[in-house]
Design a protein around this ligand. Structure first.
Ligand code: KIV
Length: 284
């Protein structure tokens, strides 16, 4: 595989200028980061979705900064070249601008991230601006924002009605003005995503279940590879069913161990006869 160049903010904006879609996936661990690096993924998000996909919580809310830093470090070790974004967990930025800057800084200093992401619109613009002023690239997240799922009434499409859609368009403008380099639109109608993409001047737009007319696409890795046992959201396509492959392999493992057909000589280590005879004598 040819040596890959490190993805940078200028190289991402060049892709946008050249009308080439940006590829983005979530990732939470070293081996998966290695695979994503080999595949040439542009941007990796260490999402707080790891609370659900990796830790089995019912929501993202229990995820801590310590969880996020540990997983971001592992991903960076597996992918030295992708543009790595650390997702700010619940209550790591909501309390104040200062809290937001300090925690954003931890992703950069402790996990070698390139940027952070936070959820929310105009009400979070001061956090976004503070982080950007501190020299940390920041991505916004609008539409279905899982940390506010209770207030949003569940995991459902956001912005189907004109009033709600107008708020999302205005929120996108606020985040852009606050200095966001990119905005993720999650589960927003494709027409609204298109409008926001067409209006974006200094940032680019990534779609998660919001249609084709964004500058790039994001999927949750576990949804795209059949690895989340609870459900598969409609917006996700399963590109390869790794979950089924692993499940079949596990059934086979149990069968072979139970039937004593595993291990075979190629799976163990021998000892020369004379050494074994010597060992028996030593034990007499
Ligand atoms: O945590 C995450 O993976 C996210 C996605 C839902 C975009 O924020």
């Amino acid at each position: 595989m040819p040596e890959r160049k490190r993805v940078t903010l200028p190289s991402l904006f060049k892709k946008v200028a050249d009308n080439q879609p940006i590829t983005m996936l979530t990732c939470y661990d070293y081996p998966t980061a290695h695979f994503q690096e080999q595949a040439g993924i542009d941007m990796i998000l260490v999402g707080d979705s790891l609370g659900m996909t990796m830790l089995g919580y019912e929501s993202t809310l229990p995820v801590t900064m310590e969880d996020m830093i540990r997983h971001s470090q592992a991903v960076r070790r597996g992918s030295p070249n992708a543009w790595l974004i650390g997702d700010m967990p619940y209550m790591s930025y909501q309390p104040s601008v200062e809290t937001a800057i300090r925690n954003a800084g931890r992703f950069m200093a402790e996990a070698s991230c390139d940027a952070i992401k936070l959820e929310g619109g105009a009400e979070m613009a001061d956090r976004m601006a503070g982080i950007v002023r501190a020299g940390i690239p920041a991505m916004g997240h609008l539409g279905l924002t899982p940390q506010s799922v209770s207030a949003l009434g569940g995991f459902r499409v956001q912005g189907k009605g004109a009033q709600q859609a107008r708020k999302i368009v205005e929120d996108a403008r606020s985040l852009e003005e606050a200095g966001a380099f990119a905005i993720l639109l999650e589960m927003v109608p494709d027409r609204v995503c298109r409008l926001i993409t067409e209006r974006a001047k200094t940032c680019f737009i990534i779609s998660l279940g919001s249609g084709l007319h964004a500058h790039g696409q994001l999927l949750i890795y576990h949804d795209a590879f059949g690895l989340y046992p609870r459900f598969k959201p409609r917006m996700a396509k399963v590109f390869a069913n790794a979950g089924q492959l692993i499940q079949d392999g596990l059934v086979e493992y149990v069968k072979e161990v139970t039937g004593r057909t595993f291990p075979q000589p190629e799976n163990w280590f021998g000892m020369p006869d004379e050494e074994y005879e010597e060992l028996l004598k030593l034990l007499d």
